[in-house]
Design a protein around this ligand. Structure first.
Ligand code: GDP
Ligand code: MN
Length: 385
């Protein structure tokens, strides 16, 4: 798995390495946005800081020309739901007056087993789309990680992409810096899209993506700290950290709780199969005691997007009866169950578990298919009302 930095964090890392970035300030309330914009000088871009690409198209980026517009943009972007993410912070950034938008990036080419540097003059847009429709528009240069990127390799990629001569030198040097960061900071993907070119041939990183290999975070304490800081941006992800769950927030409305990554994935696929949309991935792990089950329910119940919940637990170390008691205990705390819960138990002591489950509080199903179908129906009913 990769850990994704926010744009403002990635820009900080890039700027420290010498890559030019526009002047910017982070803000989390409307007044903060306006005072940052006043200080930077208009026009500025107000940019949602959430872990998704394509924010521009989704309404998460606005260019503003004065304080009134800044206030309006801040009002609409802060607190908005962007592809399932709640926007709590925006980057207020000096707007760049550009003539061209380039793409530069480093990623791992698994088919070659080598990192690859990519350059394109078709920046600014979704680069995966470019790769599909017009693969020749992206120049690629593989790098032998034991030698690192030679400066001539950077120049070659930039030349092959057809980057204008007047900025080729700067773009090459940025590409080389990006590679060095990829290597030294354990990056999985690092990219600048767009790398903007101005009228006077300045080159500026207008966006920044940095994904870091999660397994290497122990030797990247600075970046690990950024993850903690970023987790603070999303209440649910912060909660997941506290509870020590593997949790990923998705954009649907069927909450999913299971034990074991494979089982949770299967449940996700089935929800999709039956026409529902998963709200999350939540793996409670092995040995799930009552308290952990209660914590898991607390997680999904506190997600406003969730309309129904499906439990899919396979008893192994975690015994079915224990899980059932956990579910009962957790639900008995509520005067009214906030969202319908469907449970399917299998494996060790599942029959005992089924008997223990309080059917005043939950719907019990014998098979995974039935449980998933039922939870999708419940979610649909909520939306029909
Ligand atoms: P993404 O959509 O999440 O990848 O966010 P980007 O930071 O790449 O911004 C998307 C698009 O917004 C860019 O390609 C630009 O066209 C536009 N944009 C972002 N920042 C600026 C800016 O400072 N000036 C101008 N003119 N456009 C900007
Ligand atoms: Mn971008």
């Amino acid at each position: 798995m990769g850990m994704r930095l926010h744009e403002y964090q990635a820009k900080g890392v890039f700027a420290d390495a010498g890559i030019p970035t526009p002047a910017s300030q982070l803000a989390s309330d409307v007044d903060g946005v306006v005072s940052a914009a006043d200080e930077i000088g208009y026009p500025v871009a107000v940019k949602a800081q959430v872990h998704v690409g394509g924010r521009g198209k989704a309404g998460g980026i606005e260019l503003v020309a004065d304080a009134d517009e800044a206030r309006e943009a801040a009002d609409s972007i802060l607190g908005m739901d962007l592809k399932g993410y709640h926007v709590e912070q925006v980057l207020v950034e000096e707007a760049v007056d550009f003539t061209n938008e380039l793409y530069v990036g480093i990623t791992m080419d698994r088919s070659e087993g080598k990192p690859v540097a990519m350059v394109s003059t078709k920046g600014g847009v979704d680069i995966e789309g470019v790769a599909e429709e017009d693969p020749d528009a992206i120049a690629r240069e593989h790098v032998d990680p034991s030698f690192g990127m030679h400066p001539y390799q950077a120049r070659k990629a930039v030349y092959d992409a057809g980057v204008d001569e007047s900025v080729a030198r700067d773009v090459s040097s940025i590409l080389k810096t990006l590679y060095d960061l990829w290597e030294s900071r354990d990056g999985s993907d690092v990219e600048i899209n767009p790398l903007m070119v101005t009228e006077d041939d300045e080159v500026v990183a207008a966006d920044a993506v940095m994904n870091v290999d999660e397994d290497a975070l122990f030797r990247q304490p600075e970046l690990a700290e950024m993850e903690d800081e970023a987790a603070g941006g999303d209440e649910l992800e912060q909660k997941a950290d506290e509870y020590d769950f593997d949790y990923v927030r998705l954009s649907g409305n069927v909450g999913i709780i299971g034990n074991g990554a494979g089982l949770v994935m299967t449940t996700l696929d089935l929800v999709d199969h039956y026409g529902g949309e998963p709200a999350n991935f939540l793996d409670v792990g092995g040995g799930a005691k009552a308290q952990r089950i209660a914590n898991a329910l607390d997680m999904v119940f506190s997600d406003d997007n969730v309309d129904s919940v499906v439990f899919n637990i396979f008893g192994g170390i975690t015994r079915g009866d224990e899980v059932a008691r956990g579910i009962n205990e957790a639900l008995e705390q509520f005067d009214e169950i906030p969202k319908p819960v469907v449970v399917r138990l299998a494996g060790t002591n599942w029959e005992e578990g089924m008997e223990i489950l309080n059917e005043d509080l939950v719907t019990v199903e014998q098979t995974l298919e039935d449980a998933v179908q039922r939870s999708v129906e419940y979610a649909d009913e909520v939306n029909e009302q």
